[in-house]
Design a protein around this ligand. Structure first.
Ligand code: FAD
Length: 296
């Protein structure tokens, strides 16, 4: 059992910002992350709205700066996945794949998880070719990639992958819900094809790790062959480790200053890096006040 004043779950921009600020106060904190540091930001093609980068910065480059900042500030990230949390008598218990943690204050910065394909069956053998983020495919080149979706993520993924691949965007409707500038850039790319009113109805495995996508549109049915398929049609808060009885006590613990939700996990439609970072700093400042008052 490892015991800390504060445990933060998730090392995306929100959790990292909270950990850096808590370090400045000298508060004993564990920052737990199940994957690589940086969270969803690893997928961003070009971040143009994070202050201090006038020409924009790619998601992976911004993540690299966050990693350097953690190293410089000597903030350790523990690689582990949180499986369950519970609360009893002023202490949070955090069960992870590598052991248990205890803390007086818990910060949940777990971001979002993708909505997955439910209307079609994804064969088990195709798990390596079907993704919901662009990060695992960032170094592939010369491939054909289909992206299902019509929002910011779908077009951002397409722009990112189209530098080295041919990309087709499948939108089952005819409304585009991304930023106009993303649509304009995609429309100008010779490597991106956009198919409106096109519904994916079946996936089949082909030889040589290829995939056949059966799609329907008002013009009939067509087969599209690709190497990879990406689903980019929405995300929801990542709360898999929260027990069903949790919400009843959560509000009270939040009021008392013992529990914090920061970043995308709580921000609904307003999911942006600077907001997540601001949430993290604010939570850390409140935690400092809370720990000061309770120790007096
Ligand atoms: C394609 C794309 C482009 C984007 N472009 C921009 C942009 O231009 N500008 C901008 O401001 N924002 C952009 N964003 C949004 C930005 O990436 C997010 O707002 C930001 O990453 C949210 O940070 P977060 O820390 O709240 O959550 P996340 O970044 O999602 O981090 C959550 C972390 O928690 C970890 N975690 C989850 N569950 C557990 C668990 N049980 N145990 C341990 N760890 C766990 C995850 O592995 C993850 O690392 C973009 C996002 C995408 C997908």
């Amino acid at each position: 059992m490892e015991i800390y004043e504060v445990v933060i779950i998730g090392a995306g921009p929100a959790g990292i910002s909270a950990a850096l600020q808590l370090k400045r106060y000298g508060i004993d904190t564990a920052l737990l992350e199940r994957s690589d540091v940086g969270g969803l930001l690893r997928n961003a093609n070009l971040v143009e709205n994070y202050p201090a980068f006038p020409q924009g910065i790619s998601g992976p480059e911004l993540v690299q700066r966050l990693v350097e900042h953690l190293q410089y500030a000597d903030v350790k990230v523990t690689r582990t996945e949180v499986r369950a949390v519970s609360y009893q008598a002023g202490i949070f218990q955090i069960s992870t794949t590598t052991g248990d943690f205890q803390a007086s204050v818990l910060v949940i910065a777990t971001g979002t998880k993708p909505k997955e394909f439910t209307e079609i069956l994804v064969p088990e053998d195709l798990r390596q070719q079907v993704h919901y983020e662009v990060y695992p495919l960032i170094s592939v080149s010369g491939k054909q990639i289909a992206i299902v979706g019509a929002g910011d993520a779908a077009f951002d993924y397409a722009l990112n992958l189209s530098r080295q691949n041919q990309v087709v965007i499948l939108n089952r409707g005819n409304q585009i819900s991304c930023l106009p500038l993303l649509w304009q850039r995609a429309a100008a790319s010779p490597n991106i094809t956009y198919h409106p009113n096109t519904r994916l109805v079946q996936i089949e495995e082909l030889p040589a790790c290829r995939i056949s996508l059966e799609c329907t549109s008002p013009d009939g049915s067509e087969l599209i062959e690709v190497d990879y398929l990406i689903g980019a049609f929405g995300r929801e808060p990542q709360l898999d480790f929260i027990p069903p009885s949790w919400p009843e006590i959560a509000t009270e613990l939040e009021k008392q200053g013992m529990l914090y939700w920061i970043g995308d996990v709580r921000n609904g439609l307003y999911r942006q890096t600077a907001i997540a970072a601001g949430d993290g700093i604010l939570a850390a400042m409140k935690i400092f006040q809370y720990l000061k008052e309770t120790s007096e």
